[in-house]
Design a protein around this ligand. Sequence first.
Ligand SMILES: Cc1cc2nc3c(=O)[nH]c(=O)nc-3n(C[C@H](O)[C@H](O)[C@H](O)COP(=O)(O)O)c2cc1C
Length: 192
Amino acid sequence: MHNSCRLLILQASPRKESRVVNAASAISEIVKNAGGEIRVINTCQLQVRPCNGCMKCRETGICILPHDDMKTVADAIQWCNALLVAAPTYWANIPGLLKLLFDRMVPVLIKDGPSGHFPIPLHKGKCYAVITACSTPWPFNRLIGESSAMISAVKRIFRYSGFKYVGSIQMGGNRSFSESNCEHLAKALLRS
Ligand SMILES: Cc1cc2nc3c(=O)[nH]c(=O)nc-3n(C[C@H](O)[C@H](O)[C@H](O)COP(=O)(O)O)c2cc1C
């Protein structure tokens, strides 16, 4: 029984019949059945202002912009010990609204180290995984850097946060999720 898993799912597709949302739901069921707790945030429904680039949060840990839905996500990231980013591949990258949200997450994920150069990770001991889908068929979605570039973009964002990467699912072309892939990823999240 993995009753200590607190999984936050950030799902970032605006579509009802989204492939990434369907795959994330399958993983959510597996984690729930293993005793884990789940929170789901549909990032397409959030009202989040764009980062203004002032860099004040690097010194203070606090964003100077007026409160918006960023707070909901920040609180959920503090709550979770496992994170699943479920987002489609747009222009071989993460969707714009999700990127905007991650820009605002700087003070939640890292803080400036004493030298001011190397950030201190704020989520050591936690883990994350990524699910994406794209229209480029397998294996080209990986080979020419479509879904694989999207995964790399997420990894770069989480690189300094302390979250440990435990795996990903890339659905190319018309492929839907495979149950065994979802089971594998759920187990990786539960193990960590
Ligand atoms: C704005 C936009 C950009 C896209 N860019 C790419 C792309 O760069 N490469 C690709 O293979 N598919 C691209 N697609 C196709 C989506 O990745 C594909 O429809 C995916 O299945 C959507 O995931 P979802 O079903 O979870 O919403 C794009 C779709 C949209 C709407």
